[in-house]
Design a protein around this ligand. Structure first.
Ligand code: ADP
Length: 480
């Protein structure tokens, strides 16, 4: 057993394996085990959505409130996989059909109250502890849904408890009208531009950004980008004002799931048996009916403008002409889905497209591809470039956010130093991508260099060890 250095209450709206709509859930679900190894005892507070109430029926109750924003609320504690889970059971807010944020008619109109309740309960537990005697040293809030937790903690008296807010996605800001100030139990005197007021209304994310003791986001480059208007989406000034409290900590990937040596859905290979990767490439070409003489690129992505997918069609003709091929797996914007289907129709034998979400197939793409394309316009952290590194499928990425922080682009200097792991280009536009693909074709033709890049990539650490150590240092700095 690792000695316990401190306790953390992690507060979020999603957590794998209980409830997931995006990458936030993976991070929240991975942190408890990763931090346990660093001596931090973490419990995760989540809303008891309808789908979660059944399993928690016989869990002990460790906290209660007679009136939690319009009805009673209680916290039930249980263990799910390696995670100590605290479920906030407040049926008037969370016991409904539909997703965490929306029902059949769109976003729940009482989302401000629903997630205020999550923040309120979190702050109360942070201040007073649970009835089993557990008391956190640090409250760690994730995204706007937990943004009010640091605010309530600050405004109601934090005692010795310190707070951290992590921004996973700045696009969702938890907006509410100013008229809700009282209903959300926020202090009227804090309604000014230096605190709670946000463009005439309220934002749960801004409330967290101005009240948390520390702020993190999911990569160092994204932390810096968020202080600029092109990326900050209105909050750039708020974040810039707190630059001294802001750090970027990369996400990790689950190296048990993403490992070419043990992946049961592929022909396994390692950095020493890279020739076996060619068998996966042959299988992937057969699956999609392709015969590609040069580099086989892959894309596994939401098909959106954020991901730069609209840049792909313009760059393909020259890449195909030079011998390249492409396999696309994704869903998203119907126009981009059509464009990806169009490429497959235009370049039979060279481009294959599968519209859909298919995790097993994504493993076959990473095993069989030579390079993974991630031309994102912004990317807080990104995961697929890290899977690419693990599988020796060289990432070709735009120099933004976590992409810039995880891939060492091939340049004369990095090649001479023997450290390059992929191709990094800027800006994320048509010319940038076209030149990157030319570079890819050139490097692929130089077998010796290519294999060296693959070996470098496969050695690059992408697990949770380094991120967990960084969070542990942050917690220690705060709690110490
Ligand atoms: P984002 O969260 O912005 O979509 P990330 O790269 O952080 O981007 O995470 C996306 C995750 O979803 C990765 O694990 C990726 O492999 C997976 N993914 C995206 N689209 C698909 C798809 N069509 N099929 C299987 N997995 C997908």
């Amino acid at each position: 057993m690792t000695e316990i250095r401190g306790r953390v209450l992690s507060v979020a709206s999603e957590c794998v394996p209980l409830i997931k709509t995006g990458g936030l859930a993976d991070v929240v679900g991975a942190l408890p085990a990763a931090l346990a190894g660093q001596g931090w005892d973490m419990r995760v507070l989540l809303p008891a959505y309808r789908s979660l109430r059944g399993p928690a029926a016989d869990w002990p109750q460790l906290w209660a409130a007679a009136d939690l924003f319009g009805g009673p609320g209680r916290v039930l504690a249980g263990q799910v996989a390696e995670i100590s889970v605290l479920l906030l059971d407040a049926p008037h807010l969370f016991d409904r059909d539909g997703g965490p944020y929306a029902g059949p008619g769109g976003d729940w109109p009482d989302n401000p109250q629903r997630f205020a309740a999550l923040g309120w309960a979190a702050a109360d537990i942070a201040r007073l502890g649970l009835s089993d005697g557990w008391h956190p040293d640090v409250l760690h809030a994730h995204d706007w849904q937990a943004g009010l937790a640091p605010a309530y903690l600050r405004y109601r008296g934090a005692g010795r408890v310190r707070s951290v807010l992590t921004v996973h996605n700045i696009a969702f800001q938890g907006w509410a009208s100013a008229g809700l100030l009282g209903a959300l139990r926020l202090p009227a005197e804090q309604f000014h531009s230096g605190a709670l007021e946000y463009y005439g209304g309220l934002s749960a994310l801004k409330a967290g950004l101005v009240t948390a003791d520390a702020i993190t986001t999911v990569s160092p480059t994204y932390a810096a980008e968020l202080m600029r208007p092109e990326f900050g989406m209105g909050l750039q000034g708020v974040i810039a004002a707190r630059a001294g409290q802001m750090t970027g900590i990369l996400n990790g990937v689950d190296t048990d799931v993403w490992s070419p040596e043990t992946d049961t859905g592929i022909i396994p290979y390692s950095a020493r048996t890279l020739k076996r990767k060619a068998l996966n490439r042959a299988a992937l070409q057969a699956e999609f009916g392709l015969t590609v003489p040069g580099p086989l690129a892959i894309i596994v992505s939401r098909l959106t403008d954020q991901k730069g997918i609209d840049l792909i069609p313009g760059a393909m003709p020259a890449f195909i002409e030079a011998g390249g091929g492409l396999v696309v797996l994704g869903t998203g914007d119907p126009a981009l889905e059509a464009a990806m289907r169009g490429l497959a129709a235009r370049f039979p034998g060279r481009v294959g497209t599968r519209i859909g979400y298919d995790e097993a197939m994504s493993h076959r793409l990473f095993a069989g591809g030579d390079a993974v394309l991630v031309p994102s316009r912004f990317e807080p952290c990104g995961l697929t470039q890290m899977y690419g590194l693990r599988y020796g499928t060289l990432p070709v990425v735009a120099a933004t956010g976590g992409l810039a922080d995880t891939v060492i682009g091939a340049t004369p200097a990095t090649l001479a130093a023997g450290v390059a792991t992929g191709i990094v280009f800027a800006p994320a536009d048509a010319l940038g991508l076209a030149l990157a693909l030319r570079r890819l074709t050139g490097l692929y033709a130089d077998r010796e260099t290519w294999v060296r890049l693959q070996r470098n990539a496969m050695k690059h650490p992408v697990g949770w060890a380094a991120p967990a150590a960084a969070y542990a240092r942050l917690y220690e700095g705060l709690a110490g």
